[in-house]
Design a protein around this ligand. Structure first.
Ligand SMILES: [Mn+2]
Length: 202
């Protein structure tokens, strides 16, 4: 495996995480996914379509791109369509760190859950900018109140430095909805944090 064959993507629609995971798998094999998002993104279809920004991680699980039972969603707080959303997500091999868990277990508790979940598998980190509260990232298509602060997210990311991160993305930034480049600044700095984590691994 060539360690330099790693990727950081910027978006744009979260759908790009699926081809990114396919490409990463070709070099590194199946990965553990750490998915920061207000939403699960494991619906079967979204507005009737199988490949959208609401479905990439169900497709990824179906295609065997993820190490079974080693992936986690972090920051989840979006509305559900059905109780089955959570049950099917669990059956696909995900665990959920809900955004409200942060108040209960603290940032260190969140970090512990992620590190325990991932183990020593190669990791793909996907950051949907809507994991941040709209106060920190208003420029996105499906904002949800009660989100993470940028300080909390940076703290979690920096604790991932012991992991072997082989791919990452920062997505769902919608400049047309942004305000004073608040979201752009957050996304650019998160991408910088990811690159720094990956460089640290050399
Ligand atoms: Mn998403």
């Amino acid at each position: 495996v060539r360690r330099e064959q790693r990727v950081v993507l910027l978006g744009g629609d979260h759908t790009i995480a699926l081809p990114a995971l396919q490409a990463v798998n070709q070099v590194h094999g199946p990965v553990a996914l750490i998915h920061f998002d207000a939403h699960l993104d494991t619906w079967d279809t979204y507005f009737g379509a199988p490949c959208t920004h609401g479905t990439p991680f169900r497709r990824a699980a179906e295609q065997g791109l993820l190490v079974k039972d080693r992936s986690a969603h972090v920051g989840i707080r979006g509305s559900l369509y059905d109780r089955a959303d959570l049950l099917e997500d669990e059956a696909l091999g995900f665990t959920v760190v809900h955004c409200r868990d942060i108040d209960r277990i603290g940032i260190d508790g969140v970090i512990d859950r992620i590190l325990t979940r991932v183990g020593d598998h190669p990791v793909y980190v996907s950051i949907d900018i809507d994991v941040l509260d709209p106060a920190f990232a208003p420029g996105t298509g499906t904002p949800e109140i009660g989100g993470m602060t940028s300080r909390e997210l940076v703290a979690v990311l920096r604790a991932l430095r012991t992991l072997r991160i082989v791919g990452a993305d920062v997505v769902e930034v919608a400049p047309a909805y942004d305000n004073g480049e608040v979201t752009a600044v957050a996304a650019a700095n998160l991408a910088y944090e990811l690159v720094t984590l990956m460089a640290d691994d050399f």
